[in-house]
Design a binder for this molecule. Structure first.
Ligand SMILES: NC(=O)c1ccc[n+]([C@@H]2O[C@H](COP(=O)([O-])OP(=O)(O)OC[C@H]3O[C@@H](n4cnc5c(N)ncnc54)[C@H](OP(=O)(O)O)[C@@H]3O)[C@@H](O)[C@H]2O)c1
Length: 287
């Protein structure tokens, strides 16, 4: 498809996402617990603070050579995260528009996803509500974060808005054999930069490359396979986890296979039509 047509699709996509976000009815959250560390960055504006019932917190990066990283997930009441469309897990509109496509990435230079989460979807990972667009701007960040996709088998870059919008910078975290498969398609897209690891275990090295490419804060959206590796590699500081009041999702798909080691920074509950939703910000224990 010619680049001009992709640009039109992108413009349509942005207009649709912005309208959806602006029209969404967002029942506010209520704080149940708050224990933020003094060193944490507090972000928000009057609109977000009213809905979130206070500031939204981010940990500072622990290693100057790597970006800080948060992980944002929604899970069913019985702890499943797998679902073709994670909105169906029942986290609600406030989670989707205020947290997921909002506060978790308002200060992020890059949003990171595993290839399985991206495959087959028409999406750009950004913020859409006009208040969150303004918040991001006030934090000195460009309109859209860099899109980082982790892949070991490779992706067909001919398909997908994410890979064909020259204004959107993309970084592919991959290994040599896979990078070679995508060589020609990458060469035709100067807005895409591969970060080539020696092995799939070199995610810390990939983060160092992200930092060298100007990324200081990442918001990772999963899925669970890449999320688990990021946690195990000690690359994640904050987990933003929304639990729905409903059971469901693909069985046996927890975000992380073991209990997370960390402390609750805030716990909030949904109200109105979103009663029963629980949002938790866990600050993972640094080792
Ligand atoms: N509930 C939520 O909040 C949430 C969030 C995100 C996704 N989801 C859902 O979760 C499901 C997908 O999750 P998933 O765990 O199956 O997949 P995933 O984590 O999204 O992606 C896994 C893929 O990432 C790539 N990968 C894995 N390890 C890597 C490494 N070390 N270096 C580079 N690339 C690596 C591989 O890509 P290749 O296949 O190219 O080798 C692997 O197949 C979908 O149903 C999605 O809708 C839910």
């Amino acid at each position: 498809m010619p680049i001009q047509r992709w640009q039109e699709r992108f413009d349509e996509f942005v207009a649709r996402k912005q309208q959806e976000a602006a029209r969404a009815v967002l029942p506010p959250y209520v704080t149940e617990e708050e224990q933020a560390d003094p060193g944490m960055l507090a972000i928000g504006n009057a609109w977000s603070r009213a809905l979130f019932d206070g500031d939204f917190y981010l940990s500072p990066p622990v290693d100057p050579a790597r970006p800080g990283c948060n992980l944002v997930f929604v899970q069913s009441k019985d702890g499943n995260t797998g679902a073709k469309n994670p909105s169906t897990l029942g986290g609600g509109e406030t989670d989707k528009h205020l947290i997921y496509e909002g506060l978790s990435r308002a200060a992020a230079d890059a949003v990171l996803a595993g290839a399985e989460t991206i495959r087959g979807g028409t999406l750009i990972l950004s913020v859409w509500h006009p208040e969150l667009v303004r918040l991001r701007e006030s934090l000195g960040k460009p309109r859209h974060p860099v899109q980082v996709v982790a892949t070991l088998q490779g992706l067909n870059l001919e398909h997908g808005l994410l890979f064909n919008t020259p204004a959107i910078r993309v970084i592919l975290i991959t290994v040599g054999s896979c990078a070679r498969l995508m060589d020609e398609q990458v060469a035709a897209r100067p807005w895409i930069t591969p970060v080539v690891m020696g092995s799939p275990h070199d995610l810390p090295y990939a983060f160092e490359r992200l930092r060298a490419l100007g990324v200081t804060q990442v918001s990772a959206i999963g899925g669970r396979r890449i999320a688990t590796q990021l946690i195990d590699a000690r690359l994640v500081q904050d987990v933003y986890l929304t639990t729905s009041p409903r059971t469901g999702g693909e069985p046996d798909t927890p975000m992380y296979p073991k209990p997370l080691e960390g402390a609750v920074t805030v716990r909030k509950r949904g109200t109105g039509g979103e009663s029963g939703v629980i949002f938790e910000h866990l600050r993972l224990t640094a080792t």
